[in-house]
Design a protein around this ligand. Structure first.
Ligand code: HEC
Ligand code: HEC
Ligand code: HEC
Ligand code: HEC
Length: 360
């Protein structure tokens, strides 16, 4: 045999092996049947991926409940605007918990001037009032999504002042050859490392563009379901799958992606989740932007990482499905952390005094 042919076979074998081992996960795998037999509504898991997800979702032990001391925190403390109805003992239990959830390394001083705990001079304390109200809104207004499991600060923060999974508007890229890349052809982890549009989040999690590929009307001027729109939808769907650690059949009957009637209940849950994420971003996070603009690198001299609090366009770091889910079908694999912290549902929904919302 000709030496070149042998070489060719050798190269082909190496390439073949690389494709096989890099493209597919090694066994063992498990398949779970989730729909009627014959509908191919199956989920495929690799046991290793399941183990990785379990290791990342260990829940910290809850502090033991404290006996009420019989006085409201508004009677004991000077400047409580959203936690005034809490018993003063439960108030301190909550302070300890949020420290462990958000700034365990930096401690109480991440939000406080230790000389004067009533002062609002550290902006993170002002941010926290709205984070408390946001957490309560998620747990009370968005039960169709979070059910009784609910969320705490830890669901997103996991012991870090800035949650690990956040997004901001990506700067548009264009070249001299192409007028606009239509937000595309830049490999982006947001879109599952494909060349689908690299920022599906601004369109769907700040704005509310329709998430569609199939038109609901025959061809005509009203049919907005273009190929471009389809690609944006798929970019978002890649994110859904990555964030929840599940494939498309977790939420769809692949016989007809658009059909709601045969879709598993998870698709309905996701529908509410999309609307919840928009409210989190537009009602709670965006309006705090001036505070972060004035403190781009976090509180001064409090040992925080110098990661920027704003994206390249100057917008705040916002929430997507991964902020809570972090690769699990339910955040923290469904651990009901909220049930140990009823204090989080006693937060007042009244806006904190506007004077304290402006940066100093
Ligand atoms: C992540 C931010 C954050 C951390 C960390 C934090 N606090 Fe607070 N603290 C707040 C906020 C916000 C308020 C005001 C609550 C309100 O307006 O209802 C507050 C208020 C207080 C008050 C009331 C002061 C007054 O007289 O008005 C005390 C006391 C307090 N915190 C103690 C602590 C202690 C002790 C720790 C550490 C174990 C701690 N805090 C950690 C955010 C924080
Ligand atoms: C749904 C996800 C989510 C939940 C739940 C959540 N946060 Fe946040 N939080 C964020 C995001 C996203 C940011 C980053 C915004 C930025 O930096 O632009 C943030 C920022 C903060 C900051 C500012 C940190 C800094 O260094 O600038 C504080 C303080 C904070 N959160 C406290 C809390 C507390 C306390 C709770 C619970 C009562 C809570 N958060 C619940 C998403 C969340
Ligand atoms: C976590 C649940 C979830 C996962 C996982 C998911 N989807 Fe979706 N998908 C939805 C929801 C919800 C909608 C409808 C959104 C709306 O109407 O606001 C949707 C819409 C769609 C549509 C548009 C249908 C129409 O009406 O035109 C297509 C196509 C689609 N998904 C394909 C996929 C593909 C392909 C995957 C896997 C890469 C996937 N989805 C993964 C929940 C999911
Ligand atoms: C604020 C935190 C948070 C965010 C953000 C979030 N989720 Fe969830 N999600 C939860 C919680 C908590 C549950 C568990 C509810 C329960 O116990 O059934 C859940 C459950 C789900 C389920 C049902 C899982 C199952 O096993 O039945 C789906 C599907 C889902 N989320 C999809 C999404 C999608 C898609 C997004 C983004 C559009 C999203 N979630 C954003 C907190 C969140």
């Amino acid at each position: 045999m000709n030496i070149f042919v042998q070489c060719g076979i050798g190269v082909a074998a190496v390439v073949g092996a690389a494709v096989t081992f890099l493209t597919f996960e090694r066994p063992p795998i498990e398949t779970v049947q989730r729909g009627f037999r014959g509908t191919a509504q199956e989920l495929v898991y690799t046991t290793r991926a399941v183990d990785r997800i379990a290791a990342r979702n260990v829940v910290p032990e809850a502090d033991p409940p404290v006996d009420p001391i019989g006085q409201k925190s508004s009677e004991v403390y000077e400047n409580v605007q959203v936690l005034g109805d809490l018993d003063a003992g439960q108030f301190i239990r909550l302070m300890a918990a949020i420290t462990a959830w958000v700034s365990p390394e930096q401690g109480c001083n991440y939000c406080h001037n230790p000389e004067n705990l009533a002062s609002d001079e550290v902006y993170t304390k002002v941010v926290t009032r709205r984070m408390l109200q946001m957490t309560k809104a998620i747990n009370t207004n968005w039960k169709p999504h979070v059910q009784e499991t609910g969320v705490t600060c830890y669901t997103c923060h996991r012991g870090q002042p800035i949650p690990a999974y956040v997004w901001s508007t990506e700067p548009g890229r264009s070249s001299s050859m192409l007028a606009s890349s239509a937000g595309q052809n830049v490999v982006s982890s947001a879109a599952g490392l494909t060349s689908l549009p690299y920022d599906p989040f601004t369109a769907f999690f700040r704005d509310a563009l329709p998430i569609r590929v199939a038109g609901t009307t025959p061809h005509g001027p009203d049919n907005r379901a273009s190929i471009k729109q389809t690609e944006w939808t798929y970019g978002l769907m890649m994110h859904f799958s990555q964030a929840t650690g599940a494939n498309c059949t977790f939420c769809h009957n692949t016989q007809n992606f658009a059909n709601w009637n045969d879709a598993p209940p998870q698709r309905h849950s996701a529908w509410h989740g999309i609307r919840m994420v928009r409210e989190i971003n537009n009602t709670y996070i965006e309006p705090l932007t001036p505070l972060w603009a004035a403190n781009r690198n976090g509180p001064p001299e409090r040992g925080s990482a110098t990661m920027s609090r704003l994206g390249p366009h100057g917008d705040a770091l916002k929430v997507n499905c991964a902020s809570c889910h972090q690769g699990a079908h339910k955040p923290l694999l469904g651990a009901p952390m909220l049930s140990n912290y009823p204090e989080l549902n006693a937060v007042s929904s009244q806006l904190p005094r506007s004077a304290s919302m402006t940066p100093r």
